[in-house]
Ligand binder design. Structure first.
Ligand code: Q46
Ligand code: ZN
Ligand code: ZN
Length: 315
């Protein structure tokens, strides 16, 4: 197998694109594709002040490095969930990348604010850890963006993440979510930053190759709470389909985005975001909530902790 560009021995074959590349030409191919996605969907616009949600994993650290290489200045945000070595090692990896690219990272420590890790916070709320984690991360990341003047939050979600989520929504006909997964979400000035996912059309394997060839030292372990998650099962099912029919995942997601644009034009004008957006604002913190007090403030109230949002700034 030879590199399509230089004819040297290829190090990666991309069956969905029917091409193979050596390391150097894979990096060029990958970066060009992401730049095209950014342009086509206007994910990053002139005057934007972006920030990256970093977890220490390959996706977010690759995105951070990619932006740096493209000359797009972006700081990082990390939410330390207080999950023992997993959180500690993740933060070490993030700090190492922040040092290398000379960027700042805002760190919100769940154990400092809630006096316990995410597992215990979730128990108090009678939720599963991922549900409590999602709620806190969305709140804190948005809050830091708005407070520190970043109008665009970028995340490292890749094609496999999006295809698995869409598959789950279709499988159970979650109509409320079905048309609300987008490559970018609008902003609500002063309350919600814009959000975008530049790796939306890049497979997990491509992002992993980008990270490895670029020499990024990322955490290989997944969050311990991700084990047994349905999304992993969906990823496996879609992986089998992809194996038998390369390119299916990309077609699934591209087709969805195309349909979504049409749906938005025909039936769903306005802002489609479902995360924190609601009809009203929290009476305690003033940030958007689905009604009444927001989840973050309710959690603090339940734990009898006075309202606070504090974070560390590194770099
Ligand atoms: S970090 Fe949070 Fe994930 Fe861990 S607790 Fe669940 S949601 S699995 S991407
Ligand atoms: Zn080559
Ligand atoms: Zn609130």
């Amino acid at each position: 197998m030879k590199c399509r560009i230089c004819g040297q021995a290829a190090s990666i074959a991309l069956r969905s694109h029917k091409i193979a590349f050596c390391d150097t030409h894979f990096l060029i191919f990958f970066e060009k594709r992401v730049q095209t996605t950014i342009r086509r969907y206007a994910l990053i616009q002139s005057g934007d002040r972006p920030i990256v949600a970093v977890s220490g994993g390959k996706d977010s650290l690759s995105l951070w490095l990619f932006l740096h290489r493209m000359g797009i200045a972006a700081d990082g945000i990390y939410v330390d969930l207080g999950i023992g070595d997993y959180s500690r090692i993740s933060l070490e990896k993030i700090k190492a990348v922040a040092d290398t690219i000379g960027k700042k990272v805002y760190i919100f420590h769940v154990p400092d604010i809630f006096q316990r890790g995410i597992r215990e916070v979730a128990k108090v709320l009678r939720r599963v850890p991922c549900s409590a984690c999602g709620m806190i991360k969305r709140y804190v990341m948005n809050r830091i963006c708005v407070e520190k003047g970043y109008n665009l939050l970028l995340t490292g979600h890749n094609l496999d993440d999006e295809a698995a989520a869409l598959f789950g929504n279709v499988l159970y006909w979650k109509k409320d979510y079905l048309w609300k997964k987008d490559i970018s979400l609008d902003e609500d000035e002063g309350h919600l930053s814009r959000k975008a996912k530049p790796f939306f059309l890049c497979s997990e394997r491509e992002v992993a190759a980008y990270a490895i060839i670029s020499g990024i030292d990322y955490i290989y372990d997944e969050c311990p709470f991700s084990k047994g998650a349905k999304t992993i099962m969906y990823k496996n099912v879609l992986g089998n389909i992809e194996e038998a029919s390369p390119g299916t995942k990309l077609m699934f997601i591209k087709g969805y985005l195309k349909e979504l644009q049409e749906m938005k034009q025909r039936f769903l004008p306005g802002n489609l975001r479902t995360d924190e957006a609601g009809d009203g604002y929290c009476g305690v913190c003033g940030y958007p909530s689905g009604g009444g007090m927001c989840g973050y403030c309710r959690t603090l109230q339940k734990l009898e902790i006075p309202y606070t949002v504090e974070f560390e700034e590194y770099g």
